[in-house]
Write a protein that binds this ligand. Structure first.
Ligand SMILES: C[S@@+](CC[C@H](N)C(=O)[O-])C[C@H]1O[C@@H](n2cnc3c(N)ncnc32)[C@H](O)[C@@H]1O
Length: 647
């Protein structure tokens, strides 16, 4: 019998990391369909016409420039050739935790996270190298950045590339730092949610450059504050004329960001010492406005008389025999001031007011009640632009790391209190925080401890280069990150088991999954790797007959497919047995992945019958059986599977 030779092929899964430029192009074409040229490119002259007067066409432009900026865009657009490999043995509670610690170069990792974490991060805190002249600034190479990383970590032969510190004598001192920061901030912005915020620690070396850079990446309108953090009250003897006592925290926020404010201090709480008959706590505050625009001339409508009952202190808007004391908002020098409330608000809230005679004077004041709780929520305070206190000191940072891991020299962690304060301004239940210059993992400690204290879940993704360190018990900074987290969790666990006698402890995510940056395990992907010699090319072509690296475990491939299909690395995965084969069900059946190399009709039908949105199989699983492939495409279509792909 003759076989029908026309086959309907499943599409290939797009294995590239998220392509930023393509997305922006599509968005531009969506907004201005008239600027599309043949081949889907942009007609810039037409775009100028469409935008008319608003286009800046002058030769001199306002903005920041430095040598290498153009290459930053190439760096951003070059897709990552890597993947993230799970390391169960280094993790804590791998299967249940939503926290991640990723070992690798953060540029590659940020690229790999683009699809899965686009717009999902509420808070970013980073503490990048300050560029003091002694810092190691990771050398990005836009055309081979994964290769650079593999050489850096000794995973491939070193070709004599130098990885050294960025010294002041280098003519490109600031440019190198900017070239390192720009692509990372750019990619990080894509991950921030529309109500998210980013905080960057920096000192005098790069504060001006950072602010300009962030203006460019996030927009000037996103600037919130350049907070001054006093980290060494005594002052350091590091400058000729001034002993530096502070550094900065650059704070930018996305358009829908709402600050949580800060919880009130004990002193502020103590001010709410009055109670209503119902027990609500409040304090009295002066109804006369103080500060800017507090005169009758500035706010004439807020100047009107109130009338008080001298016996009870109650207040009304009309005078009668009982409410006989007339009170105007007068300043202490006797001049006319104004109230905080307008006439309507006073008429609705007179019962919240109280008049009292100023001690020893023939003058009356009016006060209004300020409640501790407002609409069921406890009052908060606005953070100041200077943060000062022992919890923000460098000493506090050093001590908290030393109590967990001793003998870590020449490393200055941030104080836990700093990250806790940022998190309390930004994060709510279930929010995700990203720190891609994680260092010793201060961010993880701050979030784990905060979550355990108030029972509110806060999750994190930490990224850290396995930068070698001399001396001490651990070989790289990434080892410190992981070990510190393990010890924080162990400490919390042991104090919880002691407290168990007092009742059940809240269910809190006490764990982290470790992933390590590595080469992709899928060869069509690796085939993009620039080849240095013909032997390597020949080897790759030979390997190409099999699409999947043979040294990769199913779990490693599974996570690569998850990442490249745009699912978060912590989405639930269930292992099913369908038609006698192992199938992974992602996110409660939204996607099915089968890595079996021997696919059957029975299996394909069983997968389709679960009506997933997406299905991914290995191409070699069809073993050249075109009929099986065609059937599979039709089966999936008939079951409403929107995307059936192979790799
Ligand atoms: C100033 S430290 C951060 C300290 C951290 N806030 C703490 O409290 O421990 C900066 C960290 O960024 C890391 N780093 C530098 N370049 C990196 C890169 N390209 N990818 C990932 N981490 C990097 C360095 O190894 C260093 O540990």
């Amino acid at each position: 019998m003759a076989h029908n030779t026309t086959t309907e092929e499943p599409e290939k899964l797009d294995l590239r990391s998220h392509h930023i430029a393509e997305d922006k192009l599509a968005e531009l074409l969506r907004l201005f369909p008239e600027i599309r040229t043949e081949g889907g490119k942009i007609d810039f002259d037409k775009l100028k016409l469409v935008l008319g007067e608003t286009v800046d066409v002058g030769r001199e432009r306002y903005g920041m420039n430095w040598p290498g900026k153009a290459d930053c865009f190439k760096t951003i657009q070059q897709p990552s050739l890597g993947t993230l490999l799970p390391r169960r043995e280094e993790s804590v509670n791998f299967d249940t935790t939503d926290n991640l610690i990723i070992e690798g170069d953060n540029l590659e990792v940020l690229k790999l996270l683009q699809k899965s974490y686009l717009g999902k991060v509420k808070m970013i805190y980073i503490d990048p190298p300050y560029n003091t002249g002694n810092d190691f600034i990771y050398p990005d190479n836009y055309s081979e950045s994964l290769q650079t990383y593999l050489e850096y970590t000794g995973q491939v032969d070193d070709e004599g590339r130098k990885f050294s510190t960025n010294s002041d004598t280098d003519g490109r001192f600031h440019s190198k730092w900017l070239n390192m920061m720009y692509p990372r901030l750019y990619l990080a912005r894509n991950l921030l949610s529309e109500d998210g915020a980013i905080f960057v620690s920096v000192d005098d070396h790069e504060v001006n450059n950072l602010r300009k850079l962030m203006d460019e990446v996030f927009g000037e309108e996103a600037f919130v504050s350049q907070i001054c953090v006093v980290n060494n009250l005594k002052g350091r003897n590091d400058r000729k004329h001034v002993a530096t006592a502070h550094e900065y925290l650059m704070f930018y926020a996305m358009p829908l960001f709402e600050s949580n404010g800060l919880p009130l201090s004990q002193k502020q709480l103590a001010e709410y010492k009055q109670r209503t008959d119902d027990g609500a706590q409040f304090q009295w505050r002066d109804l006369r406005k103080r500060g800017g625009a507090d005169t009758r001339t500035a706010r004439p409508k807020l100047f009107f008389p109130l009338y008080a009952n001298p016996r009870t202190g109650r207040v009304r808007l009309k005078m009668d025999e009982v409410y006989s004391v007339e009170i105007y908002p007068r300043k202490s020098d006797g001049s006319d001031g104004c109230w905080r409330w307008g006439y309507t608000k006073v008429s609705q809230g007179v019962d919240e007011l109280r008049a009292s005679k100023v001690d020893g004077k023939d003058r009356w004041n009016v006060s209004y009640r300020v409640y501790l709780e407002q609409e069921g929520e406890e009052r908060t305070s606005k953070p100041k632009s200077t943060w000062i206190g022992p919890e923000f000191s460098t000493d506090a940072g050093t001590k908290s790391l030393a109590t967990l891991i001793s003998n870590i020299v020449s490393f200055t962690p941030k104080p836990v209190g700093l990250v806790r304060q940022i998190a309390s301004l930004v994060m709510s239940e279930g929010d995700l925080c990203l720190d891609f210059f994680a260092g010793s993992g201060t961010t993880a400690q701050a979030l784990l401890e905060a979550s355990i204290e108030d029972g509110m879940a806060r999750h994190f993704i930490l990224v850290q280069l396995p930068e070698k360190i001399d001396g001490g018990p651990l070989a790289s900074i990434a080892e410190i990150t992981k070990e510190r987290c393990r010890r924080v969790i162990a400490r919390i666990d042991s104090s919880r088991s002691q407290q168990l006698a007092f009742g059940p402890a809240p269910e809190i995510d006490l764990g982290f999954r470790v992933f390590v940056l590595s080469e992709s395990g899928l060869l069509p992907w690796r085939a993009n790797t620039p080849n240095r010699d013909s032997v390597a090319l020949a080897q790759q072509l030979e390997l190409h007959t099999d699409h999947v690296r043979s040294d990769r475990t199913p779990e490693q491939l599974l996570y690569e497919l998850l990442l490249k299909s745009g699912f978060p690395l912590t989405d639930p995965i269930e292992t099913l047995n369908l038609g006698g084969k192992e199938v992974f069900s992602i996110s409660d059946g939204a996607m099915l992945i089968c890595l079996d190399r021997d696919l059957t009709h029975e299996l394909i039908k069983a997968m389709g019958d679960l009506h997933p949105q997406r299905v991914v199989c290995l191409d070699e699983g069809f073993a050249g059986n075109d009929q099986l492939k065609t059937n599979a495409v039709q089966t999936m279509k008939a079951r409403g599977v929107t995307s059936f792909r192979t790799v």
